[in-house]
Design a protein around this ligand. Structure first.
Ligand SMILES: Nc1ncnc2c1ncn2[C@@H]1O[C@H](COP(=O)(O)OP(=O)(O)OP(=O)(O)O)[C@@H](O)[C@H]1O
Length: 468
């Protein structure tokens, strides 16, 4: 017996003896496997099912949709013969296309789930029950659990990042979150706050790049009465004070002016704030989470960021990988965001076709999840059909899918290409930038996309290398 035959026999045996109903359809939606459990549940003979189109055999199935979307659906309810069942629907991918789909009935009727829950309850001893009660009273904490759950992604890279952030959230240590624009730095910061010992306090967020330099100081540190013309009577509390017993999220910390960095460092060391125009120190115990899409070590080399502040902030470093380095999350996010946006606009549920998903998977996502959200919002508003196909997708996705632009970017993961780019010596880095500009006929936005960096980072580098 050949190895393939042997493996096929084992698989058939597993399928046949599975307690769960398992059905497999080929790329046309015709049933090619239908195990005994499924036959029993549906009251259909195997020979009546095999070879027939799936909707003719299984009531309320969506396996034919899975062939189109390529997106798995787990733990969904499906009514079969008047019974609610819990099902998983899994696409089988081969070389960028969906070649089959597997349907599994996990619980025969939701009543089976309740039976299991009842048994669990009976077996739970008194002290465990008490613990469960105490836990359920911690409403705040329960809510916070859902916060990390809101961060979508099952790639190894994201799961590891979430695990680290969850550990960090249990402490009050300062966290420095790095990652490209739109990767979810603020989302992580909020989740960390929600699970922290200071979850009952405020989450105060300030974007250090968005506030004019002369206002930033008063915003952060507050001011005393008469500190400047127009200062409020009685003075004003700053955000650092406001975040006491809570979290202060310093977004875009790389853009904080140097003199403010010195003041912030003092606050972190002394745990007290002196308002603008005052001398009295106010105590603060705000937990600090900072974030940046810049390379702070580069900024330190360029004397734009204080090294001592960097080490104060970088107690727990958390890096969020860009979307292109975690392709499996792209598929999940596409499905979830499309579902959410359709619900938000109260339109019929739309779906991507498999070729559209293939194109979106190849795309470089320079603006990461934020860009994906924007594109999906546009598509939901502009496309009337239920299925979103390649011709509906924006031009930049087509451009990047053209054979001429199929380059090392397509297969890049953050580890290989982007890091190679970042760690290269300056002259090589300059060469990469010139190459990208040449390839895009001088279009800076497209060049930034090719390089996998934010447009503002490209502008910084153009200035640094005197490229006009
Ligand atoms: N893994 C994810 N799951 C669900 N939503 C996400 C995820 N990552 C990001 N988002 C969403 O994408 C959007 C951008 O995220 P966020 O503002 O946290 O990014 P950021 O890294 O702080 O961006 P910037 O550096 O530009 O400030 C938000 O609406 C956020 O909810």
């Amino acid at each position: 017996m050949s190895v393939q035959q042997y493996e096929a026999n084992i698989l058939t045996t597993i399928l046949e003896h599975a307690y769960e109903g398992v059905a497999v359809v080929d790329k046309n939606g015709d049933i090619i496997h239908f195990n005994d459990a499924y036959c029993r549940i549906l009251g259909v003979k195997k020979e009546e099912a095999i070879g027939r189109y799936v909707t003719d055999v299984i009531e309320n199935t969506r396996l034919h949709h899975i062939l189109e979307t390529g997106v798995p659906e787990r733990g969904k309810l499906q009514t079969i013969a008047g019974q609610k069942m819990v099902v998983h629907r899994i696409p089988v991918w081969e070389g960028g296309t969906v070649v089959a789909a597997i349907g599994m009935l996990v619980f025969e009727g939701v009543s089976e789930l309740y039976e299991i829950l009842d048994q669990l309850e009976e077996n739970t001893n008194y002290s465990e029950k008490r613990l469960l009660k105490v836990d359920s009273k911690k409403d705040k904490q329960n809510q916070s659990n859902t916060n990390f759950d809101e961060i979508i992604g099952q790639s190894e890279a994201l799961v590891n990042t979430k695990r680290l952030a969850q550990k960090a959230s249990k402490t009050l240590a300062t966290v420095l979150i790095t990652g490209e624009s739109g990767t979810g730095k603020e989302l992580f910061a909020k989740a960390i706050h929600e699970q922290s010992p200071y979850a009952d306090g405020q989450f105060v967020s300030i974007n250090c790049a968005a506030i004019p330099e002369h206002l930033l100081e008063a915003e952060l540190f507050g001011y005393e009465e008469g500190a400047f013309t127009g200062a409020k009577k009685g003075g004003k509390q700053g955000l650092i004070e406001l975040a006491s017993h809570g979290t202060l999220f310093l977004d875009e910390i790389g853009d904080m002016p140097l003199h403010m960095q010195s003041k912030l460092l003092r606050v972190l060391q002394e745990k007290e704030v002196v308002r603008v125009g005052g001398i009295k120190p106010y105590p603060t115990n705000a937990r600090i989470v900072a974030a940046t899409n810049k390379n702070l070590l580069d900024l330190i080399n360029e004397d734009q960021f204080r090294e001592d502040l960097y080490y104060r902030l970088n107690i727990i470093p958390i890096h969020i990988p860009p979307l292109r380095a975690r392709k499996s999350d792209v598929r999940l996010l596409l499905a979830k965001i499309l579902e959410d946006v359709c619900q938000k606009y109260e339109t019929n549920q739309k779906q991507f076709t498999a070729p559209a998903i293939s194109m979106l998977m190849k795309y470089h996502w320079p603006g990461n999840v934020r860009e994906m959200m924007n594109i999906i919002e546009q598509l939901v508003s502009l496309v009337d059909k239920e299925h979103i196909s390649p011709q509906d997708l924006p031009i930049e996705i087509h451009t990047e899918n053209e054979p001429s632009s199929a380059s090392k970017f397509e297969h890049s993961t953050e580890k290989d290409w982007f890091h190679e780019f970042k760690s290269n010596k300056n002259d090589e880095e300059k060469e990469y930038i010139l190459k990208a500009l040449k390839q895009t006929n001088g279009n800076k936005a497209q060049a930034a996309k090719l390089l996998g960096i934010h447009r503002s980072t490209l502008y910084d580098k153009l200035k640094k290398f005197h490229i006009t």
